[in-house]
Each structure stands twice: as structure tokens, then as C-alpha cells.
Ligand binder design. Structure first.
Ligand code: XMP
Length: 509
């Protein structure tokens, strides 16, 4: 399989670069800049992309790379910091720019280039830099510029070296995807063999071979990753797969039944559902601190899960829905900085498996979704909003009780129902109801009430690191509020959260 290396110098768009390459049906993997050149040479890449990064190439402490990489005979594309690094390695000049460029900037193509085939002479690109190339290295042609950047793109086509100061991977760069396409197909000579149908076929075949006639167990959370992993494994080995679904009773209304129904109907496998709401609620009794609740829910989840695995009898393989972003080492700072593998689970000492299987470890989230759809997993599961592992446990502020779980499930179901009916749900990244630990005075008929408050939260975001509260129409909010106070017992007031992140977080706990 042809593949592209995205060499990570710590830029914020590194995963995006790899995803855009994969959008062109070429497999891309991300490795830190500390990867030895010998390993890169041996891996047989069709092309290498140097990413952006926050440093200045003239700072001796900044991440550098062996200039020999430009002589491997593998085409290279440098982006932003990666572009400046090429200039630096080839003895051009890089300096602090008199004018920094940030945002959408007009780019003028000033020389013919394979990279700009099909790109108009003038177009908009996304810039984000304070340094610039003040003199291109000898042997390089400047192929594009902007009013404040005399070398916005340069190349040495004979050696297959291309560099752009702007970010073609960002959608604000009007023809960025076209440029990446040109690099992959015209410069690197790729053919585009990364397609999801092939992925399913190849993965199913290799899972069959590896698993043989052994058993596999998988913990199913109802989230997209474990669901798609279950789908692939079921297709590969059918009843040799046992999926253990721990229902802690902190999911949304009817969600446990939906997960069970979907998997038992769609796939050939053994499905084991462990209903343990009472157990979780007893462990959570009297606990109000959010982090303590998270810890208890996380620990109990695995305690129940491993007990079930012991009951099933050990042996065979253990499967997980780890996806590619969980496996990438960050290039920021030292090689020692490794992203927490939050999807990877530590196994108790008394449980032994022949090995761990992670069928999605090469895929980004959107690719996992594409595979899920091709496997026939319903849209509502494949396109599910993020849902915190501790579930409603962190949406009930203060102590979690069975009564509060029921109230919140009902209120949340009304909110979701109205959002679906209005068609508004597709516009939002996440929305849900929260049950704060607050009772307020109300009036119903001629009676005074003293009951729970429900808060509604709805956000838009690209990445969940920052978020804005959603401007949903008042009429919709009015309907939701009306229905919740009428239909859900013990709720007499509804409020809407108008806090962005920061300073708020998406969840209330
Ligand atoms: P915050 O509240 O940190 O949420 O702004 C950002 C995104 O992460 C989700 N989230 C969690 N997911 N376990 C999870 O698996 C958790 O403990 C957790 N806390 C927050 C949240 O729903 C949002 O999508």
C-alpha cells in the first residue's frame, strides 16, 4: 500500500494534514520529528510532508531534521514551519517577518508549478506565521507570493522538493485540497489505493487469519469506536466474538435497549449485557465531588467488566476500539511527550490473553464513521454526539440518585425529541440537559411548588477545545421548556446555558 509520512514538528493542524491526504485516498501516517532518518528511508514512503510548528528555525533549540532527508529521492512538501525548515536546511534565509500574516490572505502564483496545476493565478490561502523566508535557497524557484510574503511558495522540482508558507490543509485555503492532490498524484505518483471498502475486506481477512478458531472479547460502550470494532470483528469471526456491554444505568433514556437491540439484530455474535445501575448508585451514594464521581464510575466500570470476562473464561484475544489519534505521539517538545492513550485499558494481572486486537488503530474518527456506515450500523449510532464515559453521572450535579437519573433522562429525551423534530440537531455539535443540585419555588394551579431545575446546554464547536453556546430559536426553547415542565415530574423551572468555552466547559462537571 502506498503511504505518505506526515513528519510532525508540533503544529496544530498535523492530524488535519493526514486526514486531508486520506481524503485523497492515500494512506498517511504521522510520526514525530525525532524519528530516525534510517527508519524513514526504510519505510518506503511515496512522499513526506513536513508540518507546521510554533518555533523559529533559527532558534538552535527548535526541532530540526537531518538535511539528508531531502536527498532520499522521496518527494517532500514543507508546510509553514516545514517550509521554513527546508529553506534553512538548504541554506536560504529565514528571519522574523516585518509584517506577520494571520488569516485569509491573497496568494499570487508567479511561476508554473506542478503543485498549482488547476489553481488560478490569484486565490485565497490561510496564513499563520511571524517568520518568513527572506531569501530562497539557491536552486529553488519562488512560485507564489503575497503582498507581505515575497516567498509564499518555492520549489526545486528536479529534486521533488516543494514548500508553502500557507496552510493548504485548512479549508479556508480555497484551492488547498487541489494543491495536496497535485502533490500526491503529480509529484509523488500516488494512485489512491486507500478506500474504505478495501479496508473492510482486508481487515476482515487479516482478523480471521490472526484469530483462527480462538475467542475474542470486546467491551462495548455503545460509542462509535467500540461499535464499529464490534461490527468488523463480527463479520470476521461471528460467534467467536463476545461483546460485553456494561450498562451502568447512567446512559440516556432507552439507550441501553437501543444498543442491545442494534447489536443483537445486526450482527452475529454473543452479546452479554450486564445491568448494574443499583451497584453503581450504591457506590456513588453520598459522593458529590465531580472528580471522585468520575473515578468511581471509571473504576467500577472496569471492575464489572473484568468480572464478566472472568466468568466468560479467559484465553483468546482481547479487542479494543482504539483509533489512530489515540496512538499518535505528539511532536511537540521532546520525543518523551506521548499522548495519553486514553482508550487503551490496563488489564488485571490474573487475566491473560494471547494478544490485543485493535482493528481501528489506523483510522481517524471520520473514517471509523465511514466504515460503520458501510457495515450497516444505523446512522443514529454512527453519527452519535460525544457522550462522556461517566454518562449522566457528571450531568447530575451533586449526589446521583435513581430518582434524579430518571428525571434527567426524561427531560433530556424531551430536549432531544424537539431538536430532532425541528431539524436543528444537525446544526449542533452537542446538546443535552443537566440536573443541577438546585430546587426553586414555582406555582402550579393554585399551589406552591418546590422542585428541581433543569438546565439546557447546546454548543457549536470544531474541536471541543473551544465552543460557543448555540443560538437556538426562542420558539424552540419555549416548546422544550413547556414540555419539560408539563411532562417531567418534579421539574418546575428550565434555564438555558449561555456560556461559551472558555470560560465554561461543555459539561457542567
Ligand atoms: P468539557 O466538559 O471538558 O468537554 O468541555 C469536552 C468534550 O468532552 C466530553 N467529556 C468527556 N468524555 N469522559 C469522556 O469520555 C469524560 O469524563 C468527559 N468529560 C467531558 C464532553 O461531553 C465534550 O464533548
Amino acid at each position: 500500500m502506498e503511504k505518505i509520512l506526515v513528519l510532525d514538528f508540533g503544529g496544530q493542524y498535523n492530524q488535519l494534514i493526514a486526514r486531508r491526504v486520506r481524503d485523497e485516498h492515500v494512506y498517511a501516517e504521522i510520526l514525530p520529528y525525532t524519528t530516525p532518518i534510517g527508519d524513514i528511508a526504510a519505510a518506503g514512503y511515496s512522499g513526506i510532508i513536513f508540518t507546521g510548528g510554533p518555533n523559529s528555525v533559527y532558534d538552535p533549540a527548535s526541532p530540526h531534521y537531518d538535511a539528508g532527508i531531502l536527498s532520499l529521492g522521496v518527494p517532500v512538501l514543507g508546510i509553514c514551519y516545514g517550509c521554513q525548515l527546508i529553506a534553512w536546511m538548504e541554506r536560504g534565509e529565514v528571519a522574523s517577518a516585518p509584517v506577520s500574516e494571520y488569516g485569509k490572505i491573497e496568494l499570487d502564483v508567479c511561476a508554473g508549478s506542478a503543485l498549482f496545476d488547476g489553481v488560478p493565478e490569484t486565490s485565497v490561502v490561510w496564513m499563520s506565521h511571524t517568520d518568513y523566508i527572506s531569501a530562497a535557497p539557491s536552486g529553488f524557484t519562488v512560485t507564489a507570493r503575497t503582498p507581505d510574503c515575497p516567498c509564499a511558495a518555492m520549489e526545486c522540482a528536479e529534486r521533488g522538493i516543494y514548500a508553502v508558507q500557507f496552510h493548504p490543509e485548512v479549508t479556508h485555503s480555497q484551492f488547498g485540497q487541489r494543491m495536496l492532490h497535485n502533490f500526491l498524484y503529480s509529484v509523488c505518483g500516488c494512485h489512491g489505493d486507500w478506500v474504505m471498502d478495501d479496508f473492510i475486506e482486508k481487515t476482515v481477512a487479516s482478523l480471521r487469519e490472526r484469530i483462527g478458531d480462538k475467542k475474542v472479547v470486546l467491551g462495548l460502550s455503545g460509542g462509535i469506536d467500540s461499535s464499529v470494532a464490534a461490527g468488523l470483528l463480527s463479520r470476521a469471526v461471528g460467534k467467536q466474538l463476545t461483546c460485553v456491554f456494561v450498562d451502568q444505568g447512567l446512559m440516556r433514556k432507552d439507550e441501553g435497549d437501543m444498543v442491545e437491540g442494534t447489536f443483537t439484530r445486526l450482527f452475529d455474535m454473543n452479546f452479554v449485557r450486564v445491568n448494574c445501575q443499583e451497584h453503581f448508585l450504591s457506590k456513588l451514594a453520598g459522593v458529590v465531588d465531580p472528580e471522585a464521581k468520575r473515578k468511581i464510575i471509571g473504576e467500577e466500570f472496569y471492575a464489572v467488566f473484568w468480572d464478566e470476562i472472568r466468568r466468560e473464561g479467559g484465553g483468546g484475544f482481547f479487542a479494543q476500539g482504539t483509533i489512530y489519534p489515540d496512538c499518535i505521539e505528539s511532536g511537540k517538545g521532546d520525543a518523551a511527550v506521548i499522548k495519553t492513550h486514553h482508550n487503551r485499558v490496563k488489564m488485571p494481572d490474573d487475566i491473560e490473553f494471547e494478544g490485543v486486537i485493535e482493528p481501528l488503530s489506523e483510522l481517524f474518527k471520520d473514517e471509523v464513521r465511514a466504515v460503520g456506515e458501510k457495515l450497516g450500523i444505523p446512522r443514529e449510532l454512527v453519527w452519535r454526539q460525544p457522550f462522556p464515559g461517566p454518562g449522566l453521572g457528571v450531568r447530575i450535579i451533586g449526589e446521583v440518585t435513581a430518582e434524579k437519573v430518571k428525571i434527567l433522562q426524561e427531560a433530556d429525551a424531551v430536549f432531544r425529541d424537539e431538536m430532532a423534530k425541528s431539524g436543528y440537531e444537525r446544526e449542533l455539535s452537542q446538546f443535552f440537559a443537566v440536573l443541577p443540585d438546585v430546587k426553586t419555588v414555582g406555582v402550579m394551579g393554585d399551589h406552591r411548588t418546590y422542585d428541581h431545575l433543569i438546565a439546557l446546554r447546546a454548543i457549536t464547536t470544531d474541536n471541543f477545545m473551544t465552543a460557543d453556546w448555540a443560538r437556538i430559536p426562542y420558539e424552540l426553547l419555549a416548546r422544550v421548556s413547556n414540555r419539560i415542565t408539563n411532562e417531567v415530574g418534579h421539574v418546575n423551572r428550565v434555564v438555558y446555558d449561555i456560556t461559551s468555552k472558555p470560560p465554561g466547559t461543555v459539561e457542567w462537571e
